[in-house]
Design a protein. Structure first.
Length: 110
């Protein structure tokens, strides 16, 4: 995993071409880059993000921001109370308990 200006990317290596391929993972926009060495890969990643941000600015478009990990959530008070009680019974904070439940739901999603 690589990170630059809050954007994260995953990297794979194409053995037959001898090239690293990178892709930014936490935006809806497609941002990719490649390099033949780790140093070149880092340079190209930074260039791709800077180029993306500049292109958005030129178009007057707000760039897609990386996900913050915060999810605003409103539930009925009875659900809030029940979730807080369930979290407490497991010795967890409500935030940790909810994060665990969301991870479980995502893992089971098709």
């Amino acid at each position: 995993m690589m990170e630059y200006k809050g954007y994260k990317a995953i990297v794979s290596f194409d053995h037959s071409a001898g090239v690293f391929h990178g892709e930014v993972t936490d935006t809806r926009d497609v941002i990719t880059f490649e390099g033949c060495s780790v140093e070149q890969l880092r340079t190209e990643f930074a260039f791709s993000i800077d180029d993306y941000l500049a292109a958005c600015a030129e178009r007057g478009r707000e760039p897609d921001k990386p996900f913050s990990g915060k999810i605003p959530l409103k539930v009925p008070p009875r659900v809030h109370r029940a979730a807080a009680a369930a979290a407490k019974s497991e010795g967890k904070t409500l935030s940790a308990w909810l994060a665990e439940r969301v991870e479980q739901a995502v893992a089971q999603a098709p």
